[in-house]
Design a protein around this ligand. Structure first.
Ligand code: ATP
Length: 308
């Protein structure tokens, strides 16, 4: 992996110079890893996001043409609301995020994905990805200064903007404790950050990018209470005023979500708010009860294992 950082750094540099609107580390990495057969239509227009309302309309998808990853999935993320995806491993949560980011295009008859009423297959990929911020489970940092790693979210960001974003993401204090502050090198050859810190760097980066739509993939690993609180605060800042779709493992995220979608075998089997779902005594309530009984810290996170 270390060998990837050098070329990635260079690629990142070239990329920034070529098209600032496409700045997104996660995308760079994905581009290197995943073959893409997604192409802009000749008449593709730029996506103009007013509200950031997301809609999945009867989406069915298979990676290999044999097994079904999503089967007739329909839901809406109303403007500026937060939707949490929960479900066992392999239930289709990541597939929903990948499709919204257009790593794959739906074919005729596989349903539609809309943002503000616009089919995402009809818009340019650059404009779509500019509108979407991604906070992955395990963000990748460049072998560069921590300031660079945050400023990457927006080309030409000033030191003040970077610091403000770091403050909002609850990382400023940590950074000023480093020997060279914002100039401290991080990554494989510099200061090694914990998973929680890397997530906060990704949150700061995304705050600078300032997208109307957010995709979050929460880490499954348990965090200590103070890190948990810091991330919670950072996420609150980030989610404020945006539409977000999260693969949720943390109690705080699940509890505060406007809507929870419970997935099983590529289908939505239940949906509602936290209180509604608990009162319904269905799959979510069962999953929740299992979690609480097996958790020593009163279930600060939810780990859903695939049934044997
Ligand atoms: P997890 O919580 O483990 O990340 P998930 O709910 O995100 O799981 P998905 O990754 O969306 O689940 O997977 C849904 C289904 O699609 C699974 O059956 C999985 O095996 C399959 N799948 C996922 N990615 C690929 C891929 N790249 N190629 C083929 N099949 C895939």
């Amino acid at each position: 992996l270390a060998q990837l950082y050098g070329p990635l750094n260079m690629l990142g540099y070239i990329y920034r110079s070529v098209n600032q609107s496409l700045v997104d580390t996660e995308k760079l990495l994905k581009l290197l890893n995943e073959p893409t057969d997604v192409n802009d239509k000749p008449d593709a227009e730029d996506l103009i996001v007013e509200d950031g309302e997301i809609e999945f309309d009867n989406v069915t998808f298979s990676y290999d043409g044999r097994t079904t990853a999503l089967n007739g999935v329909s839901f809406k993320v109303p403007k500026r609301s937060t939707v949490a995806l929960v479900g066992e491993s392999g239930s289709g949560k990541s597939t929903i995020l990948r499709l919204l980011y257009r790593f794959y295009d739906l074919k005729e008859g596989e349903g539609r994905i809309l943002i503000d009423g616009k089919d995402i297959r009809d818009v340019t990929q650059a404009s779509l990805r500019k509108a979407i911020g991604v906070v992955p489970q395990d963000p990748v940092l460049f072998n560069a200064s921590i300031g660079y790693n945050i400023g990457y979210g927006k080309f030409g960001s000033s030191a003040e903007e970077i610091e403000n974003a770091a403050r909002a993401a609850q990382m400023h204090e940590r950074i000023t404790g480093f020997p060279d502050g914002y100039d401290t090198k991080v990554g494989e050859r510099g200061v090694r950050l914990s998973g929680g810190e890397k997530q906060r760097v990704a949150i700061a980066r995304t705050l600078l990018k300032n997208p109307p739509v957010l995709l979050l993939d929460e880490a499954t690993s348990a965090l200590d209470t103070s890190t948990e609180k810091d991330i919670q605060k950072a996420l609150q800042h980030l989610m404020e005023g945006r539409s977000s779709l999260s693969i949720a493992h943390r109690l705080s995220t699940i509890r505060s979500a406007d809507l929870i979608l419970v997935l099983k075998d590529g289908q939505i089997v239940e949906q509602g708010s936290f209180t509604e779902l608990l009162a319904r005594a269905g799959p979510f309530a069962t999953m929740w009860a299992d979690q609480v009984s097996s958790s020593e810290d009163g279930a600060s996170s939810i780990q859903v294992k695939k049934e044997p």
